[in-house]
Design a protein around this ligand. Structure first.
Ligand code: ADP
Ligand code: MG
Length: 654
């Protein structure tokens, strides 16, 4: 059986187009301007390849005109124009792109191999925007009548294509003085839902052009009505005289044409970068760092990225939206392409412009994210290497950066079960116990003392408080540096890091600090443990399940007692988890071990009391435990009982 061709149901298709492809009606202007730009590109390209004299880049422009009373908005160009047949096929057939055909034809031109190669190469440089053959019809979203008047390059006659939408179109001969195309839209009247007449407002048009078409390569011009004050006529006495105004028309170019990121780096001043950043991303401060790169490869793109000097006020909240602005051949496609930035570099602002994106038919989104992912990977690498070199070459600047966004990097260490820790491990800084200065893990590891197995860290409310923690005493005494973390995420991030360069992280509150002992020390410890075994057991019993063990400490120097933790949840984590909403009732508890300083007078005092009266340690055990809790910054169960017990002791001694 003979196959039948599917026929496009033009009417239905057009309806679909108008009502469901685009999320924003305003993009019609972007589409019509893009078409005008394509038409100019074609003529310019033709002029070059066919060596036609008199075609100069400077003569090209796109014009916008508004007639409010007639509700007319027109977009004109002096590009290649359309003959009658072109109108039939390109405007009469939905989803037929004359522009794409043009590019393909040019790419396939040439007789000999050499010519063919040259044509293919030349066509690669045609930066034509159109490809789907639907953009034009988006104008029906805002217009109920469209007239296209066009005169093709090299033709004497002009044609007018007119349509009121789905019902069809007419074509008739007309006159037009110059080569090119004018698209005239009769804008719909306002409805309850939609203020169509906004599209006749000069300011709205200007801002739409800035938003979507700022980098169209040809000037987009519009006559704009302005007013000026007239000087008071001579002889008249100034006082009381009404100032006189005059309106006049001035032609304005509405687009910047050459995007900053397409200009050679060497020709751009810092000030230009800063102005661009502040203007586009609404910051009042200069960026801390500018990253401008052009990439050629499987996916080619230009990127102009900025690291802000300060975190925006809503940065660490749900309201903050990360993302880079995405352009395809100079036309804005997406305002915040979130997929272009990993969360941990979410603070970066900027634009990415690529010719290699496969857009979906509305050109509002990307069809495959393969290219996007390729760009993301390169962008991520670039940001990382930029930060690394900042850290290496300008420590002060890096610390400023870290002050603003270090917390984000720490979240990045922890996120996704540490998936990004390799990327981030050399970018994170912690205050070190020795000089109270920020150090990297690498710097720490490089100066670990002889016999030190672990990278030690301690977390708490402030550097001052951590520095006073009893758990840090012995380590400091042994010359070991300790990393101090004051953010809630620190304990979690460092646990997730697990190790750096083969060296494990260890909390100073961990039950086993792995400090090497001499044979002598070992022996002494064993003896002591044996001597006090009964006492320690009695204290443990008195604490009635509050601790899993009571033992003599190897980490304390001057403090009598300390609480340490065993198992996966540390005391710091317990504190953080307790603060989480809904956690009040849940029993997240670190496994506690009470350590008593073996060299402290308290131990022998306890020993004596125990010998005299075994029951006496019950009261003391409670006091010691509560003390340890207080030092740890954890709440004690019964403050009144604690206070009474301490008073009791004072009474006894006085
Ligand atoms: P696309 O731009 O994706 O090709 P459009 O629906 O926007 O699709 O336009 C369809 C075709 O109409 C274009 O490919 C082009 O051949 C023709 N066309 C549209 N506008 C113009 C114009 N201003 N000048 C010349 N040709 C145009
Ligand atoms: Mg188009």
């Amino acid at each position: 059986m003979a196959k039948k061709q599917f026929k496009a149901e033009s009417k239905r298709l057009l309806d679909l187009m108008i009502h469901s492809i685009y999320t924003h009606k305003e993009i019609f202007l972007r589409e019509l301007i893009s078409n005008a730009s394509d038409a100019i590109d074609k003529l310019y390209y033709k002029g070059l390849t066919e060596k036609i004299s008199g075609i100069s880049k400077n003569d090209f422009s796109i014009r916008i005109a508004v007639d409010k009373d007639a509700r007319l908005l027109s977009i004109s160009d002096n590009g290649i124009g359309m003959a009658k047949e072109d109108m039939e096929s390109n405007l009469g057939t939905i989803a037929r792109s004359g522009s794409l055909l043009f590019k393909n034809e040019e790419a396939g031109a040439g007789e000999t191999d050499k010519e063919k190669k040259a044509a293919e190469k030349a066509a690669k440089n045609i930066d034509i925007i159109g490809q789907f053959g639907v953009g034009f019809y988006s104008a029906f979203m805002v217009a109920d009548d469209i007239k296209v008047t066009s005169r093709a390059f090299g033709a004497d006659t002009a044609w007018e294509w007119a349509s009121q939408g789905a019902e069809g179109y007419t074509i008739r001969e007309t006159v037009k003085d110059e080569v090119g195309t004018e698209v005239a839209l009769t804008i719909k009247v306002d409805t309850d839902e939609e203020k169509y007449e906004d599209f006749l407002n000069v300011y709205r048009i200007r801002s739409l052009i800035k938003r979507y078409s700022d980098y169209i390569r040809y000037p987009i011009k519009m006559d704009i009505e302005k007013t000026r004050t007239l000087e008071a006529p001579e002889g008249a006495d100034g006082e009381g005289a009404e100032p006189k105004y005059e309106t006049y028309i001035e032609e304005e170019t509405l687009n910047s044409m050459v995007p900053l990121w397409k200009r050679p780096k060497s020709k751009i001043t810092e000030e230009e970068y800063a102005d661009f950043y502040k203007d586009k991303f609404a910051d009042f401060e200069d960026p801390l760092q500018v990253i401008h790169s052009g990439v050629e490869g499987v996916v080619s793109y230009d990127a102009l990225l900025f690291i802000p000097a300060r975190a925006p006020y809503n940065y660490y909240t749900k309201d903050f939206e990360k993302g880079l602005q995405l352009y395809s051949s100079g036309v804005m496609i997406m305002d915040k392409a979130a997929d272009l930035l990993p969360d941990y570099f979410g603070f970066v602002k900027g634009v990415v412009d690529s010719q290699d994106l496969s857009l979906n038919i509305s050109r509002e989104m990307l069809q495959h994210d393969r290219q996007l992912r390729a760009i993301e990977q390169r962008v991520e690498k670039k940001i990382k290497s930029e930060l690394e070199s900042m850290l290496a070459s300008d420590r002060e600047k890096y610390e400023k950066f870290f002050d603003a966004f270090g917390l984000q990097l720490k979240f990045g260490l922890y996120d996704n079960f540490g998936a990004a820790k390799d990327t981030l491990k050399d970018l994170v800084l912690y205050t070190s116990s020795s000089e109270k200065k920020l150090v990297t893990f690498g710097e720490y590891a490089a100066r670990m003392v002889e016999g030190q197995k672990y990278i030690y860290y301690a977390t708490g409310e402030s550097i001052e408080k951590i520095d006073k923690m009893p758990q840090t005493e012995l380590l400091k005494d042994k010359g070991c540096e300790i990393l101090y973390g004051t953010e809630q995420v620190d304990e979690f991030a460092l646990k997730m890091m697990m190790a750096y360069d083969g060296k494990e992280f260890k909390s100073v509150s961990d039950s086993d600090l792995g400090i090497e002992e001499s044979e002598e020390e070992k022996k002494k410890a064993e003896e002591q443990a044996e001597n006090y075994a009964d006492l320690l057991a009695a204290v443990k019993e008195a604490l009635d399940g509050k601790v899993s063990d009571v033992r003599l400490s190897k980490r304390l120097k001057s403090h009598p007692v300390v609480l340490v933790s065993a198992g996966g949840i540390s005391l710091e984590m317990e504190k953080v988890l307790r603060q989480m909403p809904g956690a009040e009732n849940e029993q997240v508890k670190a496994e506690r071990i009470l350590e008593i300083n073996a060299n402290h007078a308290i131990l022998s005092a306890l020993g004596k009391a125990f010998e005299a009266d075994k029951e006496s340690v019950k009261g003391y055990a409670g006091i010691l435990y509560d003390q340890a809790l207080l030092m740890e910054g954890l709440p004690i169960e019964d403050p009144v009982a604690f206070s009474n017990a301490v008073c009791g002791l004072i009474e006894k001694t006085v």
